[in-house]
Design a protein around this ligand. Structure first.
Ligand code: PEP
Length: 249
């Protein structure tokens, strides 16, 4: 039985004051969440403060990105070991905003996956198709290619220490959610892709759904057999919504 994970991607949002309020709200309600693990991924600069505020609670934290390099002349980059030093458990890798706005390729995502694992982080690898790709009926080609790049990096066994997030690009921040059936079909496809290499790893792999998940649609999405939680953007910025999604798992 896979345990659900609800991870909040704060993106480039927050302030010291707003973060404290949000975390206070999450901490106040966490006692009512039993069916899922929780994590938040703030912008880099807030990680030390978030770590202090969440220490001793069941809520874990992570980064939204890391470099695939470990140190050196890479101005503006942050190494995996640096965020690990501040207690990050997770790191989001290959979010569609990184792929589309910053040109991250499958190859780059695979390198980050390897570097994150080497530093002891659990990568949350994002995959997903654009609206155009869905309409062209190439969703499985795109997601298959994105998965294969990660599987090829270190073999399927490496996914035993990782999480996949299926995030249809057309559903991110748009208010338009994949139907539970659409999401389940791709989640099952992802699991099969891994199972073709390693059935045990595939069975244990947490595959999260991301894309306008909110309290109103979370339960029916997570009721599907291959949907093991959510990567939450907008709704992770409100404690009551984030907790309501966690309770729906
Ligand atoms: C995301 O950015 O990972 C995401 C799923 O965003 P939203 O929930 O706002 O669609």
């Amino acid at each position: 039985m896979r345990r659900a994970l609800i991870a909040g991607n704060w993106k480039m949002n927050g302030s010291r004051e707003a973060n404290r309020e949000l975390l206070d709200g999450i901490k106040a309600g966490i006692g009512e969440v039993s069916g899922s693990d929780l994590a938040v991924c703030p912008p880099f600069v807030y990680i030390p403060e978030v770590a202090e505020q969440l220490a001793g609670t069941p809520v874990k934290w992570g980064a939204q990105n890391v470099s695939h390099e470990s140190s050196g002349a890479f101005t503006g980059e942050v190494a995996p070991a640096m965020v690990r030093e501040f207690g990050c458990v997770y790191v989001i890798i290959g979010h569609s905003e990184r792929r589309t706005l910053y040109g991250e390729t499958d190859e780059e995502v695979a390198k980050k996956f390897v570097a994150a694992r080497a530093a002891g982080l659990t990568p949350i690898v994002c995959v997903g198709e654009t609206l155009e790709e869905r309409e062209q009926d190439v969703t499985e080609d795109v997601v298959g290619r994105q998965m294969d790049a990660v599987i090829a990096a270190e073999g399927a066994a490496a996914l035993a220490g990782a999480v996949i997030a299926y995030e249809p690009v057309w559903a991110i921040g748009t208010g338009r959610t994949a139907t539970p059936e659409q999401a389940q079909a791709v989640h099952a496809f992802i699991r099969q892709r891994v199972a073709a290499k390693d059935a045990n790893v595939a069975e244990g792999l947490q595959i999260l759904y991301g894309g306008s998940m909110k309290p109103e649609n979370a339960a029916e999405l997570m009721a599907k057999p291959d949907i093991d939680g959510g990567l939450i953007g907008g709704a992770s910025l409100k404690a009551d919504q984030f907790l309501a999604i966690a309770k729906a798992a």
